[in-house]
Write a protein that binds this ligand. Sequence first.
Ligand SMILES: [Zn+2]
Ligand SMILES: [Zn+2]
Length: 250
Amino acid sequence: MKIWLLTLLSVLIVSLISLIGIIFLAIKKDLLKRLQLVLVALATGGLLGGAFFHLLPEAFESFNNSMLASLMLTLGFLLFFILERFLHWHHNHTSGISENAIKPFGTVNLVADMFHNFLDGLLIAAAFTYSTEIGLATTLAVFFHELPQEIGDFGVLIHAGFSRKKALIFNFLSACTAFLGAIMVLVLGNNVANIEKYILSFSAGGFIYLAAADLIPELHNEKTPSRSLVQFIALLTGLGLLFGLSLILE
Ligand SMILES: [Zn+2]
Ligand SMILES: [Zn+2]
């Protein structure tokens, strides 16, 4: 009972971070437009840092066979590519009808986000079934990586054509998959730990795809050298935050 309560409360707290985009509701529309690509750069750094400094080291450690980890990573990368292929077909069919259709990478971001948050929920619950201390430490780790991640998510959704309100709602909904992951562990017990490593490397593949194939090309749309520099600093900030977090967690 105590495990359920602690887990669900922790998951609720980290899920609420997805609403952090609220801070951007107050600012002027054209300022947000100028900030947009900086936020996309932050998201890019967050995704790559998450994949390279957290998910992959963890996955390679849990698989006895490191080739299996690499294969799952490739599978994640490919499935996100296929998902986007379909979205582009769909997009081309509908974009003639409505002018402000959502760009495919917005949907790719939401799907990757759903996997990400599902995994976070799963990790938090698994940690609490182990011990309260480890549960709290995991919650803290998730809390701190979610801050740059969710700010970045909001920017990516806005950049993809979502209105601010819609970006907030969809980002929150995608965060709710954390409850799904947590409840799965609470109901099925730690057997779920066996599939955890697969989801770790699979999501890493998705993150790398989204960052490298979708977001970085968007960043190249910025032609001004000074703004490109600001973007690069934002990207490094995302990477640096996740690297720092991995050092603290060691
Ligand atoms: Zn997370
Ligand atoms: Zn999100």
